[in-house]
Design a protein around this ligand. Structure first.
Ligand code: ADP
Length: 404
């Protein structure tokens, strides 16, 4: 049985067809913006095909993908029935969506109320999911939420200290994101430890990429995380500010005469690495500029590592200790220097990085702490697609997900 995993972002639709017998990726592709139109780049069996499609018509995009799986040199399945289900990534499902659910009309209507919280991603995610439901009409469709795993946070962690009526009236609270990645990391650590769950383990998972967040996971359950009501909160990111004193924004809006939309644009697209360094949103380019002596690039690196350190320390306090610190995401998996900066002078917490292992193990799953380190430090390359496929496969067979 195969599962088609759909990961719709703000400017691209990525997909993978996964054979659940051995969880191998048999085909994958992306439909990305190409001027006003879209371009599909599809690969399977070592072959790649490319062609243009209209981006405005999601049903057509979904229809164009089907023959690529069935016919010609990229054919990987004999007929469409071999694809049992589709897994659609959706940013947020609110308080009722603690796990993946079937994409029924009723469930989609429930999710639509959260569109305002992720206005760039959610409309496209839901529109493409609905188009797929029409085109892949015999298949089961699962919605996999990026906010789900954090619903286990206690009230003291998810409530904001603003008038309680706003929580009651609008549901304003911390939701947290990167749930699919954190679930993969937690499941992988449990497997490595030979456990069925993470009972008795205090894990701090750092998903550091162009979007970054850190989660405190105790006994396999998220107890706190850095992103909040929206994915703008917490640690600074590629172009997102992370946490900023709200009064500073009110001041800026007043004296720069900015609208809500303009403030939102600045915080989401002109801040973070890009805003501070003035160089790029890409950590590799910032490292290169810092090496050339660019002071703003240097302080950007220092700020990011300092913020990560502080969150790790605060989660040690929240969980009364840490057993495992895991790095994932584009920066977490690939940047030897950023891991070094973050783990430097953390002996107080029992965090001792082995510099050689950190270097030799780069980009690969493995332990990078010194043998005597009280906290184990791991690189866990994330695999969000397989987590999504497993949920959809469970929903297809059992009606609901079977694992955390
Ligand atoms: P997304 O959140 O969009 O999935 P990624 O997880 O791919 O993003 O992370 C993108 C970030 O990872 C960029 O800042 C990029 O510079 C960084 N990155 C990717 N490869 C490397 C590398 N080899 N060394 C350092 N940073 C890297």
């Amino acid at each position: 049985m195969h599962i088609l995993v759909i990961n719709t972002g703000s400017s691209s639709i990525k997909y993978q067809l996964i054979n659940m017998e051995d969880e191998s990726v048999v085909a994958k592709g992306v439909c990305e913006r190409n001027g006003a139109d879209g371009r599909i780049i599809h690969s399977a069996k070592g072959k790649t095909v490319k062609f243009d499609v209209s981006l405005s018509d999601y049903k057509t995009i979904a229809k164009k993908i089907i023959p690529l799986f069935l016919e010609g040199e990229t054919a990987v399945v004999g007929n469409l029935d071999e694809i049992g289900a589709l897994a659609h990534r959706v940013s947020i499902g609110g308080e009722l969506a603690g796990e993946s659910i079937a994409a029924t009309n009723e469930n989609i209507r429930y999710i639509e109320r959260f569109i305002d919280l992720a206005p760039i991603h959610m409309p496209v995610q839901l529109a493409f999911a609905n188009a797929c439901r029409e085109v892949f009409e015999k298949q089961v469709h699962a919605i996999v939420f990026d906010s789900a795993c954090h619903l286990t946070m206690p009230e003291k962690a998810y409530l904001y200290p603003i008038p309680y009526e706003y929580y009651e009236k609008y549901g304003i609270r911390k939701f947290g994101y990167h749930s699919i990645s954190f679930r993969y990391i937690a499941a992988r650590i449990a497997e490595i430890k030979g456990q069925t769950n993470l009972q008795g383990i205090k894990l701090v998972a750092c998903h550091l990429g162009s979007g970054s967040s850190i989660a405190a996971i105790k006994d396999g359950k998220s107890v706190d995380t850095t992103m909040g009501y929206t994915p703008l909160d917490g640690i600074m990111m590629g172009t997102r500010s992370g946490t900023v004193d709200p009064s500073a924004l009110i001041y800026l809006a007043k004296y720069e005469n900015l609208s809500f939309e303009e403030v939102t644009e600045i915080l989401n697209h002109k801040s973070g690495f890009l805003g501070v360094s003035g160089v790029s949103n890409d950590s590799r380019e910032i490292e290169a500029e810092a090496d050339k002596g660019n002071k703003r690039a240097k302080v950007t690196n220092e700020m990011f590592a300092y913020q990560a350190k502080k969150y790790i320390g605060s989660y040690a306090a929240a969980m009364n200790g840490i057993d495992i610190l895991a790095f994932s995401g584009g920066i977490g998996e690939n940047s030897v220097r950023m891991r070094e900066r973050i783990c430097k002078e953390m002996e107080f917490f029992g965090i001792e990085l082995d510099e050689k292992k950190n270097h030799d193990q780069n980009q690969m799953e493995g332990r990078i702490s010194k043998s005597g380190s009280r906290v184990e430090i791991w690189i866990i390359p994330t695999n969000e697609e397989i987590t999504m496929a497993r949920d959809a496969y469970d929903i297809l067979r059992f009606g609901k997900p079977q694992r955390p």
